[in-house]
Design a protein around this ligand. Sequence first.
Ligand SMILES: Cc1cc2nc3c(=O)[nH]c(=O)nc-3n(C[C@H](O)[C@H](O)[C@H](O)COP(=O)(O)OP(=O)(O)OC[C@H]3O[C@@H](n4cnc5c(N)ncnc54)[C@H](O)[C@@H]3O)c2cc1C
Ligand SMILES: Cc1cc2nc3c(=O)[nH]c(=O)nc-3n(C[C@H](O)[C@H](O)[C@H](O)COP(=O)(O)O)c2cc1C
Length: 594
Amino acid sequence: MASVSLQTVVPPLESDKLSILDSAVAGYDREQLLWSSGYLAGIATLQASERQAAAQPAAMAAASVWSIFYATETGNSRRVAAALAERSRESGLTVELYDIRDYRPKALAKLDNALFVIATHGIGEAPNGSELFFEYWFAKKAPRLENLNYSILALGDSSYADFCEIGKRFDNRLQELGAKAVADRVDCDLDFDSFAAAWSEQVVGYAAAQTDTVIPNSTPYLRPVNQVVAITREQPFKAEILTKQRITGHGSTKDVRHIELSLEGSGLSYLPGDSLGVVPQNPPELAEALLDLLKLDGAEEVVVDGKSIALSDALTRRKEITGLNRPFLEAVASDHGKLQEIVEDRDKLTELFKTWQLIDIVARYPRAWQAQAFVDSLRKLTPRLYSIASSLDANPEEAHLTVGVVCYTQFGRPHWGAASSYLIGGAEEVPIYIEPNHHFRLPVDGDTPIIMIGAGTGVAPYRAFVEHRKEHGHKGDNWLIFGDRNLSSDFLYQLEWLRYRKEGLLNRIDAAFSRDQSQKVYVQTRITQQAKQIYAWLERGAHIYVCGDAERMAVDVNQALHAVLQSAGGLNDEGAAQYLSEMKAARRYQRDVY
Ligand SMILES: Cc1cc2nc3c(=O)[nH]c(=O)nc-3n(C[C@H](O)[C@H](O)[C@H](O)COP(=O)(O)OP(=O)(O)OC[C@H]3O[C@@H](n4cnc5c(N)ncnc54)[C@H](O)[C@@H]3O)c2cc1C
Ligand SMILES: Cc1cc2nc3c(=O)[nH]c(=O)nc-3n(C[C@H](O)[C@H](O)[C@H](O)COP(=O)(O)O)c2cc1C
């Protein structure tokens, strides 16, 4: 099979070896093929390093240090980088692992070897907190990096027009500055595991070949799993759902749920600011509707991750069927000129990703899919994160969430979100794990004032913050600026906030309900209106938090804060930008946006 599409390239294998390879990988899905390519690259590098070690056993230089950097917001890059560090150490390499946020940008100029795992967030932007590092290196006056050997694994989501933008820009910039890429950058979609594994093998192989290290003669991904049973994204804990209460009123256009999960027996703990990952299942009704449209039988066997399972199982438990992915769209577009036009137009494509689901494409742009090809064209079903809305100290062995339910009708069909519908559906337990967020934390000093800005479900972590401060008797002032659509139906946790206000725990509360009057009012409007007070709080050392919508709210709030520093603080444009940058560097301006 592989040779059919690769026949234009002259293979370095004789035809009998090529056909053995073809039959060995027959039936592999895309992910397995990618993994296998990394595995073979690892063997090639191992052989090279063994040859090198044999040729110069004593004369080789001492092992050089490799610095591994990650730029993350939701933890994926950290996990990949940590696994890479572990793998490198097992291979006898000397490595150091850094969160880019904690690294002095200039210090990179002193390094010889660096590996980067870089996520893109916002709209083609650097992850929160890492902006200063990238600003330094993107600046015109950045120093040359001629001594640096590097490689980049870029993490992203192909449904964004600026796919893996920061990884790509940083790669270009390092080349401009004279650094040498020792392995090509790899751009990963949300199903990054196999790409990350293949890249890691390649770079470890390269690094080992530069030293007198020999990679252990075992396949890293066939190692026995760790004996300690930790609760992770890969091995989640089944948490009982205790409550899934609707907290938006009847007249609301939105269904927001307060969800309480039991952590009993898990040993899990978390801090205010952390998120909780939910490993979802797709709505069975949606899988059935897809099967109907595709005219495929759910009982048909397909291969996923090397195992044969029923197609209906693949669609409910293994593959993303709510969102779209770029390779799938491109495959369909090759048969449909109209869709091809959309795929080639950046704005239209962005809009399509936001508003269309897989089923809309399958219905509107029919194609004769074979079961296996359809499954192979879809991404692996990935967990969703939710900001934890409770303090563990106030609610032992529980985690609370504030979940906006994705459920709407479009083109005459019901549409659902995978995780939100799973949480509020019939399941009594859901697989979960904790995703720490070290960059959305209450001040260490409980006397420090805080300003919490959030819209909609963005209020969730503030419930945790205030519960925590109450539980620990922290005396710092608390100011909540909350926004949503209507006061009567969308004031999430209204009674709790009003009680805290009465108790004096919440010193100020400013709410903005955009649809209660003809003129739209948002949280940023309140910030502008309260400019003097905001500035006074900032000058008292207040920490600012922003949570909720990344695309509009977080951008507008940033602009409003910038304007406050000019109007109330008397700073010019540059001074205001500098003030905010310094706040970020001092971790006094933190964001948890999505
Ligand atoms: C760090 C972090 C914290 C988060 N915290 C929270 C939180 O506290 N509360 C919370 O509710 N969410 C939170 N989220 C978002 C959450 O992770 C999910 O993305 C969200 O719940 C949707 O997931 P889903 O599986 O239900 O929908 P998905 O299965 O991901 O479906 C979403 C798809 O549906 C379509 N779609 C969705 N809405 C619409 C619409 N209105 N119109 C048209 N099409 C639409 C789009 O195609 C979209 O791709 C957070 C995200 C991050 C990264
Ligand atoms: C709010 C938000 C914005 C994002 N913006 C982009 C983007 O512009 N381009 C892109 O390729 N990926 C984007 N992504 C996808 C992330 O890069 C992807 O989820 C990645 O795996 C996250 O890695 P991390 O967990 O290390 O932060 C975005 C994700 C979120 C939650």
